[in-house]
Design a protein around this ligand. Structure first.
Ligand code: FES
Ligand SMILES: [Fe+2]
Length: 368
């Protein structure tokens, strides 16, 4: 069993850095963020996405890779995503038909028939991987130096993967906290029965932190969907230890949850990224991929798939309700009044605060 690690000392420059309300810290744009599922952007079509208040047009030519432009025509700022993809793969604005290429250059102003009169629009570095379309919203010169994330077990034939992308009315940091903090199983007592988490330890570094837990069932029956993932826990009438280890890791800006069985084999792998939609980043589109190890008889998992979907959906809806209530309280109180007592969440908040960027409304908090 891995041991709990002790908290590392904060470097002096970090300890003296001004502190901000965590809910006023924007995500660092110098990472790859998923903005749509690949399947939503059909060949020869454009799709409207968003990153932190910036409208993004994703365009997939009939042939060739998908690309991303600012979703405002350089002429009168109507969305390019309402336009038409022409046979050269350019996007033609729906209004006067100005056409823009993959780099955002205006290649045609049809009624003037003269090169170079139209202004360009901004182009974003864009990649497609694991069924998602990613953009790099920050400094484009950094895009090639930052890896597009490897996602869970997508493409691994030993796993079956479910996609989900709920929209939540809360700051992305509430989502990281919710998943990392397994002490909230009380919230899920109706779905999962009475289980308690035992904290096994944490690791942390400059850009990540990980917490590990095991669980014990204090009462209630094991839900069917849980038994399908973990196998049945035989209950001999005593308090039931659950021997799987759950590891939750935020590797900024992404988050994963992995479950290893008692033999140390990976049986579930969740990858999530929380995309801020609005300018104040208080509405979040989560992109999640949940991979479950296939049993010997794969059809059993196929049969159970809808049950599993319903189970995870119900749990997620409970989480959604609380994170949105937390955001409402923040709004009503005019700031973050979170009294955090759990070292794991304190470390996570520190990671998110130092990795992100204070927004233009943020004022340094008084030290103390
Ligand atoms: S607004 Fe796009 S071409 Fe005029
Ligand atoms: Fe939860």
């Amino acid at each position: 069993m891995q041991q709990a690690t002790t908290a590392t000392e904060q470097p002096a420059d970090r300890a003296n850095a001004p502190r901000y309300d965590l809910r006023q810290i924007d995500v660092d744009p110098n990472f790859w963020y998923p903005v749509a599922w690949s399947s939503k952007v059909r060949p020869g079509k454009a799709f409207a996405a968003r990153f932190a208040g910036h409208p993004i047009a994703l365009i997939r030519p009939e042939y060739g890779p998908v690309y991303a432009l600012e979703d405002r025509c350089a002429h009168r700022q109507v969305p390019l995503s309402k336009g038409v993809v022409d046979d050269k793969g350019c996007i033609k604005c729906c209004y006067h038909g100005w056409a823009f290429d993959q780099q955002g250059k205006c290649v045609t102003v049809p009624y003037l028939n003269k090169e170079g009169v139209g202004r360009p629009v901004k182009a974003y570095p864009c990649r497609e991987k694991s069924g998602l379309i990613f953009i790099f919203p920050g400094d484009p010169d950094l895009a090639d130096k930052v890896p597009v994330p490897d996602i869970a077990q997508v493409g691994n034939p030993e796993f079956k993967t479910r996609q989900f992308s709920p929209r939540l009315k809360c700051h992305y940091t509430f989502m990281h906290e919710n998943l990392m903090d397994m002490n909230h199983q009380f919230l899920h007592r109706r779905q999962m029965g009475s289980i308690t988490a035992r904290f096994l330890g944490q690791d942390k570094g400059d850009n990540f932190m990980e917490a590990r837990y095991s669980f014990a069932r204090k009462g209630g029956n094991q839900p069917l969907a849980e038994a399908l993932i973990f196998g049945k826990h035989h209950d001999d009438g005593r308090e039931q230890p659950v021997e799987e280890v759950v590891s939750i890791r935020t590797t900024y800006p992404y988050q994963t949850l992995q479950i290893h069985d008692k033999d140390g084999d990976l049986i579930m792998d969740l990858w999530a990224c929380y995309l801020p939609l609005g300018e104040t980043q208080q509405v979040t589109q989560a992109f999640g991929l949940l991979s479950v190890k296939k049993p010997k008889w794969t059809f059993l998992l196929d049969l159970a798939w809808p049950v599993l979907g319903l189970f995870t959906h119900r749990i997620f809806e409970e989480d959604r309700e609380v994170v949105e209530m937390e955001q409402n309280a923040w709004r009503e109180l005019g700031g973050d009044h979170n009294i955090e007592v759990f070292p794991v969440v304190k470390s996570l908040r520190d990671l998110l605060a130092r990795s992100g960027v204070p927004n233009r409304h943020a004022q340094p908090l008084e030290q103390g």
